[in-house]
Design a protein around this ligand. Structure first.
Ligand code: ADP
Length: 307
């Protein structure tokens, strides 16, 4: 069995500022705290998979600028392979401007995907060797969608299973879905994509049927502190989340998807992989940030042994 996996998706530098209140149009507010760090759904999910033990290659596109070093330095520190990174000559590395109200934790976010929204056919053609060897390819909806479509074509041609984490929400065609092995929306995305409210098991079952009818073999819907609903092999159940004191749930879905992929690549069933992924996410919500909050395999194994 192929054990390698690929995450194809975004990298952006998170530029986070805390402020006494969120500025209104035209207002300048003096902030109280600033932090810069690696982010982007693709990168976060890849870091989660790598730290939990997967043999994973990140495929993304950066600019030729100092923000690219934020990705490259993180990858060096974590020992991640860099041969799936492409560079744009005339577009900057993506960024996310994140403003957080220090009193209410309300936020405002602007994402400029930059280089990772300019992935060309020439770039995707260069991914063939990674995709050929991969058991699974995990995508999100944060890069240019035509690049995702080409990656899916390649994955299907070479027998790699495609998992799409449908985040952030963007409309996707039935044709696109018909080529996907598994989708992993959260409750909100599941409702946006199917029109069916997903608040409980009944709603999740109905939404899953919509995906199955479009040709998706397996459906996972992450449901925050409730856990994750799975519809696979004729079984439809919720695998409950672990009870923890959540400090910061941003990136919970990314931790879940990365951990889930690690477990699948080791031959776990979806049900066992969901427990592993719930643990990965439960550890991440107890820490601040996205990329830095992803737990190691040792931490996940210890957590599972305790629960
Ligand atoms: P997203 O971050 O994409 O909105 P969810 O909120 O559905 O995704 O969370 C993804 C996963 O993270 C859940 O399926 C669960 O395993 C875990 N999780 C999220 N919030 C909590 C929480 N408060 N306590 C424990 N686990 C959580």
């Amino acid at each position: 069995m192929k054990k390698k996996i690929v995450v194809f998706g975004s990298f952006v530098v998170d530029l986070m500022g805390r402020t006494p209140h969120l500025p209104i149009s035209g207002e300048t507010v003096k902030g109280s705290f600033f932090k810069m760090g690696p982010g982007g759904k693709g990168f976060n999910q890849c870091v989660a998979a790598h730290k939990t033990g997967a043999n994973v290659t990140m495929i993304t596109k950066l600019g030729r600028d100092s923000f690219a070093d934020v990705a490259l330095n993180t990858m060096t520190e974590l020992g991640m392979p860099k041969d799936g990174i492409f560079f744009a000559d005339d577009t900057d590395t993506g960024i996310a401007l994140i403003l957080v109200d220090q009193n209410t934790s309300e936020n405002e976010i602007v994402i400029v995907p930059g280089a990772c929204a300019t992935i060309t056919k020439e770039d995707t053609d260069r991914t063939i060797n990674f995709i050929k060897d991969a058991a699974y390819v995990l995508l999100q909806l944060e890069v240019n969608q035509d690049a995702n479509e080409r990656i899916i074509e390649l994955a299907n041609r070479y027998g790699s299973k495609v998992i799409v984490n449908t985040a952030p929400y963007a409309p996707i065609s039935d044709e696109f879905l018909s080529k996907v092995y598994m989708v992993t929306p959260n409750e909100v995305e599941a409702e946006e994509l199917t029109g069916i409210p997903v608040k409980n098991l009944e709603g999740a079952k109905k939404a899953a049927e919509v995906f199955h009818n479009k040709g998706v073999e397996k459906v996972l819907i992450t449901m925050g502190s409730q856990g994750v609903f799975i519809s696979a092999d004729g079984r439809q159940e919720i695998v409950p989340a672990f009870h923890v004191d959540a400090l910061d749930t941003t990136g919970a879905g990314d931790a879940f998807n990365g951990g889930f992929l690690t477990a699948l690549s080791e031959g776990y069933s979806e049900w066992d992989a969901a427990r592993f992924a719930n643990a990965t996410a439960a550890l991440s919500v107890q820490k601040l940030g996205t990329t830095p909050s992803m737990p190691t395999r040792t931490e996940v194994d210890a957590f599972l042994a305790d629960h």
